[in-house]
Design a binder for this molecule. Structure first.
Ligand code: ADP
Ligand code: MG
Length: 398
């Protein structure tokens, strides 16, 4: 398999001054927070997104309502915007390749293509000596038989493409259950991973400019429930050294290896044996980095627009301990499924509470409607406020 090669001569991009129009492909909450950050600095943002009334389109003046691969929409975007980014990695590769030739795109199309496919991601990790979970590719009955011979059980079968928030995944307890799980996932190209015993999960968000300059946030510790991010905690000592330094070094190696430009997040597992294992990566700001809006001098979205316009990348100093809780649609639904509104007032009374709602009108179980970040001078205080928030929201504790 050919992977995009790093090491190409880095070039300085011309600086796009405030006032320039920046494009974003995708209309979700990540696009909304990108637009809010870029607009604050005086940039104008245009969203390419087929759906009406999406989180990003609600906060921007221009919305091109086209499919991501509609040539008419892409042409308009290239005409309006000087540079563009993505808020969602599953934009068709051909659309990104076309755009890459017509405006300044960050991240570049080949790097996004790797992030669209779990198999290519793992091949990249392997090629850079970044460890990942033992795995096998499963795309046929014969692959099921071959994988069944390997020590990958209990395992998790994941579709190679389009999975998110635990979707497109099935636990496979034993070898004899593999073929059935593959059928249940629609007989598409999959990766079977051994299910690891995890001590914890963490992620690193970094930004790399077109000139090769790179900065990173301190790693945050993540807790997932039912395959969906529940909380991220970022504070001194939350990820102990030397683990934190190893994770940062691995993430930087990945960005270098890809010749990456933009914000990149790498998710890691830490096994009970203390091994650091790369799980997956996202070619964009990440849910686990949302706390940076309230806890750091520059957020992951600030670094995203800075990468795009060729601005300097300041090392993002964290000024507050932070704990972020995702607010899922479940909070808007009672036991009978009837819609209700969470009681925000007492939540807003908590010290250091920052409420972010994405403007989504339809709550669904597991749907990300917003997040709440609790900032504080110390981890203990942030956790205390987060525990109070969980109590008020009726969420199981931290
Ligand atoms: P998604 O794209 O949905 O985020 P992930 O591959 O990151 O998919 O899986 C979601 C979560 O499921 C992980 O954060 C982790 O909690 C759990 N998980 C996934 N793969 C494994 C594995 N091989 N071993 C143990 N837990 C896993
Ligand atoms: Mg994940």
């Amino acid at each position: 398999m050919s992977l995009p090669r790093g090491g190409a001569p880095e070039k300085a991009v011309p600086f796009l001054a405030p006032g320039a129009v920046l494009g974003v492909l995708g209309g979700g909450q990540l696009g909304r927070m990108f637009a809010q950050a870029a607009q604050r600095a005086g940039y104008e943002v245009v969203v390419l997104e087929p759906d009406a009334d999406t989180p990003a389109a609600q906060v921007t003046r221009r919305h091109l309502r086209h499919a991501y691969d509609d040539p008419a929409g892409l042409r308009q975007l290239a005409r309006l915007a000087r540079a563009a980014t993505i808020e969602f990695e599953n934009v068709p590769a051909a659309a990104l390749e076309w755009l890459d030739g017509h405006l300044s795109l960050a991240p570049h199309a080949p790097a996004v293509a790797v992030c669209q496919d779990r198999a290519q991601e793992k091949a990249l990790f392997d090629s850079l000596a970044v460890g990942c979970a033992p795995h096998a590719l499963v795309g046929s009955q014969a692959d099921c038989l071959a994988a069944a011979q390997r020590e990958l059980f209990p395992g998790i079968l994941k579709t190679r493409r389009m999975g998110y928030d635990g979707k497109g995944q099935m636990v496979v307890r034993a070898a004899q259950d593999l073929a059935q799980a593959w059928r249940a996932l629609g007989e598409v190209e999959c990766v079977l991973e051994r299910r690891l015993q995890l001590a914890c999960e963490l992620s690193v968000v970094l930004a790399r400019g077109a000139d090769g300059a790179m900065v990173h946030f301190p790693p945050q510790r993540n807790v997932h429930r039912d395959g969906i991010l529940f909380s991220s905690t970022a504070a001194a000592g939350v990820v102990a050294e030397p683990l934190a330094a190893r994770a940062v070094a691995a993430a930087r190696r990945i960005a270098e290896g890809l010749g990456y430009v933009g914000v990149l997040c790498v998710e890691f597992f830490v096994t009970e044996q203390g091994e650091l294992v790369a799980n997956e990566m996202a070619p964009r700001p990440h849910n686990s980095g949302h706390h940076t809006i309230d806890s750091c001098e520059h957020s992951q979205f600030d670094l995203q627009w800075r990468c795009l316009v060729g601005a300097p990348l300041p090392p993002p100093r964290q000024h507050s301990a932070a704990l972020m809780l995702n607010l899922l649609g479940d909070l808007w639904l009672d036991a009978t499924g009837a819609q209700r509104e969470p009681d925000w007032r007492p939540l807003l009374a908590l010290p250091g509470a920052h409420l972010h709602l994405y403007g989504k009108h339809q709550p669904r179980r597991g749907r990300k409607m917003g997040h709440l970040t609790l900032t504080a001078p110390s981890l203990v205080e942030a956790e205390q406020a987060a525990r109070a928030a969980c109590d008020l929201l009726g969420l199981p504790g931290l």
